[in-house]
Design a protein around this ligand. Structure first.
Ligand code: F6P
Length: 557
């Protein structure tokens, strides 16, 4: 099956947007003054999310052209083909079906001759049963003790989703349970994470789609060694049979490669599968979320999945003018391809979302950091902006200066919740209100700025007026929900999944492969002998790499 690939620059809509951008002179102050309904016109609802797009550099004309661009690039058709399970990941010849992970069990979706939804619910039932047994204390370690700490060993999509969601949903985590995460092959990660752990109450989840990833397999072996030697020190697991039993009680796996799980020594009965049609960065709502399912429980995980599904339904069914992922994806195209933005900030006003920007970096940049279209032809326009961010208000005291007064345009998404998990007060002052006053103030300052007249009127000395002027017209989107719940988190993730999809669909690229990570992996394997003393391998390196390795060898104690 072929997926038609179009050069978006050849469309009439791209040409129209180009012409618009040339003459574009946005003025948010004037636009808001001229139209008292601007906020309500540009505020959209997607499930529980209220999304205010009004402080973006967009008017009806730009919107019409962006929607025409989506139509001319076949975004809707590609979306339908994705949801139907067609192989839209063309370079890997795979279906892209993370949306099947959250569909109700009453649905059916035959993919490559198999009902994907039935498969999903079979695994979910297994994950839930396991989660219940761990949470209730029925699942015990070799000394009969219940699990207290779950260590997820994984990297990329097998780490960022679980850790981000665990951090985000801390208020929903069962008391007495803790999740920890080991991802980096830097020995510091495994060392620091295990140093105070009791092996008798630890459950290790080795999560790897391929079960070949160097970091994860190395960390899994290192953690297994730590685990077995700690037990031996306690006089436990003294022989092979004892070790086998200990591994069976304390190690489980999540993977699409169940044969490799068995080779590693984990009982296949303690393995949770998923499928090639779930991309790593789209997998937190598969069995990859097992640590989360244990932490927040099956009911919480079901809510999480329902949130994803609500946004999937919105993306499928909402009219284009109301379709939030479509509009936000198109706005990103507008900023990066027509107004020169290179980066996109995500600024959650929620400390619980402190790993959300890192999660989005993999989702967006591994998906859309591509230079060729699906048919192999090179793109002649920018793709994949750099996503970055930190929670507010911390970022305000660090990098917001550049967003307010720098020379670059940085479109930014602000995210906040009406209700705090911690209703703390400073005397009479509600801390959450102090916090949110910053959220509201920042997008206002970015949009409307401060003129030289206003600065002068404050009595500012003439010489420093220019330094204190804010130009305004710095675009932001404000996303709000009542509270950060499992459901709302699912909605937020699905929103960004589909924003990423829309951008990739316009750009004609394969958003679901990641060939760009391969070369570094191959070279690392080739370089290892040069580091460990193979002089021929060292001599074969380029002069810079050789110099770096020589410095390492000279300084390694
Ligand atoms: O190297 C990139 C990558 O393949 C990501 O796409 C993926 O999420 C990560 O590595 C981990 O892969 P795995 O789950 O197969 O260990």
């Amino acid at each position: 099956m072929t997926i038609p690939t179009l050069d978006p620059m050849m469309t009439a809509a791209w040409e129209a947007l180009d012409a618009r951008a040339d003459a574009f002179d946005p003025d948010l102050r004037a636009w808001f003054e001229a139209d008292p309904d601007r906020a309500s016109k540009w505020t959209k609802t997607a499930a529980d999310l209220r999304v205010d797009l009004s402080k973006n550099l967009i008017d009806e004309g730009v919107l019409a052209d962006l929607l025409a661009l989506a139509q001319q690039c076949g975004v809707g058709e590609l979306r339908d083909r994705m949801f139907a399970g067609e192989h839209i990941n063309t370079t890997e010849d795979r279906a892209v079906l993370h949306t099947a992970l959250r569909r109700p069990d009453t649905d059916e979706l035959i993919v490559d001759g198999q009902d994907a939804i039935a498969d999903v619910h079979e695994v979910l039932a297994k994950v839930y049963d396991f989660a219940d047994r761990v949470r209730s204390g029925e699942w015990v370690g070799i000394t009969g003790k219940a699990v207290k700490t779950i260590v997820n060993v994984g990297i990329g999509g097998s780490d960022l989703g679980p850790v981000m969601a665990y951090e985000a949903l801390k208020p929903f985590v069962r008391e007495g349970l803790e999740c920890r995460f080991i991802s980096n092959i830097d020995p510091t990660d495994a060392g620091e994470t295990t140093k105070d752990l009791d092996p008798e109450t630890t459950l290790v989840i080795v999560a790897s789609k391929t079960f070949t990833t160097l970091e994860t397999i190395t960390n899994a072996k290192v953690v297994r060694d730590w685990f077995l030697s700690s037990l031996r020190e306690k006089g436990l697991a003294q022989d092979e049979a004892g070790e086998k039993e200990a591994i069976a009680r304390h190690f489980v796996a999540v993977s699409t490669a169940l044969d490799k799980v068995a080779e590693f020594g984990i009982d296949p009965n303690n393995a949770f599968g998923f499928w090639s049609w779930v991309g790593g960065r789209y997998s937190v709502d598969s069995a990859v979320g097992t640590s989360l399912a244990i932490a927040i429980g099956p009911d919480g995980f079901e809510e999480f999945l329902a949130g994803f599904n609500a946004i999937d339904e919105h993306f499928l069914n909402a009219a284009p003018e109301q379709n939030v992922p479509l509009l936000m994806g198109l706005l990103n195209v507008w900023y990066s391809n027509f107004l020169g933005a290179d980066t996109h900030a995500v600024l959650p006003y929620s400390q619980y979302l402190h790993r959300f920007p890192a999660y989005l970096q993999q989702l967006t940049m591994e998906s859309n950091g591509k230079s060729v279209r699906r048919d192999g032809t090179p793109v002649t326009y920018e793709t994949g902006e750099v996503f970055w961010g930190e929670p507010g208000t911390n970022g305000q005291h660090a990098f917001y200066q550049l967003i307010h007064q720098g020379t670059r345009m940085v479109p930014a998404d602000f995210i906040a919740f009406a209700n705090p998990a911690w209703p703390l007060k400073d005397g009479e002052a509600d801390m959450h209100e102090l916090f949110l006053s910053n959220f509201f103030a920042q997008t206002k300052a970015l949009a409307f700025g401060k003129t030289s007249e206003e600065v002068r009127a404050e009595g500012t000395p003439e010489a420093i007026i220019p330094a204190r002027v804010f130009t305004g017209n710095r675009p932001t989107t404000s996303i709000m929900a009542a509270s950060l719940t499992p459901r709302v988190l699912g909605e937020l993730i699905a929103l960004y999944e589909h924003i990423t999809f829309v951008q990739g669909a316009v750009w004609g690229i394969d958003s679901f492969d990641q060939w760009g990570v391969e070369l570094g992996k191959v070279l690392a394997k080739q370089i290892l002998p040069a580091i460990t003393g193979d002089t021929d391998a060292l001599a074969a390196q380029d002069s810079s790499t050789r110099g770096l390795i020589e410095f390492y060898r000279a300084n390694r104690a």
